[in-house]
Design a protein around this ligand. Structure first.
Ligand SMILES: Cc1cc2nc3c(=O)[nH]c(=O)nc-3n(C[C@H](O)[C@H](O)[C@H](O)COP(=O)(O)OP(=O)(O)OC[C@H]3O[C@@H](n4cnc5c(N)ncnc54)[C@H](O)[C@@H]3O)c2cc1C
Length: 389
């Protein structure tokens, strides 16, 4: 490790690796620091991504994929299965392969990478971030950089150290519990999403198959709801009822920020990407691809900013603007939709499913379902107006 780089990326998840790769491709020196011993472990994720989004950032390596997905099934509280008509292909990844694969791409582009390197503070000079303090191999180092990119995930502290407000309301932090289990005998190329305000309050349960009967089965509920009953209690009830034969291989818990974006994602010498910048779809809780898109934009802007010799907040705000254009507007709409969907009662969900099943499958889009819910339940129109205006 040198004592100075153009760009330091904190965190070696998908967002960090993409930021490192695109900055390095611009020809500047990049160091990526990861606190865990191995990139990609532990896996705290259901591993679902869409083909189009992923392909917009990287060429897909078949080794990353556990299962191709062609079908989306929404399951109502009473058990009605609504298959959504979609041409979009998706994947259940193998993040144990995917995350290191992305880090390898960053390294091939010229980034240095150090694991077991815990960043425990920023270097600040005159209201500008000028580097990081990092503990590795039992020693503490100060490493200088013109730009630090915080890609340190949901528990991010980098933004806070620079004075950016990144904390969330309890209701906007989904608490998740998940098992990876064998003997989950569902259609292998379909993801299954179970909605019910009593079985998964302000969230949903999922079954994401990984092939040959293996699947990620999990739940995300609002932090507020989890104060009354833990996500694991809901999940084990679900498993007992729906998959009593499940043989559990791994169990994980984790948080997903399903929140509004922070007011600022840049400061003098600093950028935030991925979960650290709350760039997660607030309805689905998916943050892999959005984080990678943000990483790509941030890396490109950081590289050019270094070449231009300007790394103040005003210059780095180009990243925030481009992010808004690419994904930020959608994020705002999804945040409002989340309020609407998660406030539907079990009866509303069942009524909507009943009507949806009368629509031909190839015309049954998510938007169509939303319209059905509104037409069917005039009372929901008021709710929708409240959240969407
Ligand atoms: C149960 C669960 C299921 C999910 N399912 C899906 C899904 O199906 N699809 C989807 O798209 N998203 C899903 N997500 C969300 C997804 O996992 C995240 O949005 C995604 O991993 C964000 O990537 P990231 O690079 O921003 O952060 P992370 O992947 O969290 O990477 C951050 C990295 O920073 C490192 N780090 C943190 N602090 C420091 C420090 N101080 N110094 C050095 N390194 C540090 C961490 O060790 C970590 O490796 C799920 C999340 C959970 C919890």
């Amino acid at each position: 490790m040198k004592d100075r780089y153009d760009v330091i990326v904190v965190g070696g998840g998908p967002s960090g690796s993409m930021a490192a790769m695109f900055a390095a491709r611009a020809g500047v020196s990049v160091l990526m620091l990861e606190k865990d011993r191995e990139i990609g472990l532990p896996v705290r994720c259901a591993e679902g991504v869409g083909d189009k989004g992923l392909r917009s950032v990287v060429d897909i390596n078949p080794n990353w994929i556990a299962q191709k997905i062609t079908t989306v099934k929404l399951i109502s509280p009473a058990g009605m299965e609504v298959v959504i008509g979609t041409d979009e292909v998706g994947y259940i990844l193998n993040r144990k392969m995917f995350d290191p694969g992305l880090a390898e791409l960053a390294a091939q582009a010229g980034s240095e990478i150090i694991t077991k390197a815990y960043v425990n503070g920023l270097l600040l000079d005159n209201n500008k971030v000028t580097g990081v303090r990092v503990r590795t191999l039992g020693r503490e180092f100060q490493v200088k950089a013109s730009i630090v990119i915080g890609a340190d995930g949901v528990e991010s502290r980098v933004g806070r150290w620079a004075g950016i407000k990144t904390w969330e309301k309890l209701n906007d932090m989904e608490t998740c519990a998940q098992v990876t289990a064998q003997n989950i005998n569902v259609q292998q190329d379909a993801i299954h999403l179970y909605f019910s305000n009593t079985r998964a309050p302000k969230g949903y349960l999922w079954v994401f198959p990984k092939g040959n009967g293996l699947a990620n089965v999990g739940i995300g509920i609002s932090g507020e709801a989890s104060r009354h009953k833990s996500p694991f209690a809901y999940l084990f009830e679900f498993l007992q009822t729906n998959f009593p034969q499940a043989a559990i291989i791994t169990t994980v818990a984790g948080g997903v920020p399903c929140a509004r974006e922070p007011e600022k994602i840049v400061a003098n010498g600093l950028m935030l990407v991925g979960d650290a910048a709350r760039q997660v779809n607030p309805v689905s809780g998916g943050g892999i691809v959005t984080g990678m898109i943000a990483g790509k934009i941030a890396g490109q802007v950081a590289g050019q900013a270094i070449i231009d010799g300007k790394t103040d907040e005003k210059r780095l705000a180009e990243y925030a603007r481009l992010w808004q254009k690419a994904e930020g507007k959608k994020h705002k709409v999804f945040y409002k939709l989340k309020e609407f969907v998660y406030n539907m009662s079990d009866k509303d969900l069942d009524d909507t499913a009943k009507i949806a099943l009368q629509i031909p499958q190839d015309k049954r889009t998510i938007l169509q379902l939303f319209k059905t819910a509104l037409v069917q339940k005039p009372a929901l129109i008021l709710e929708a107006i409240k959240v969407l205006t």
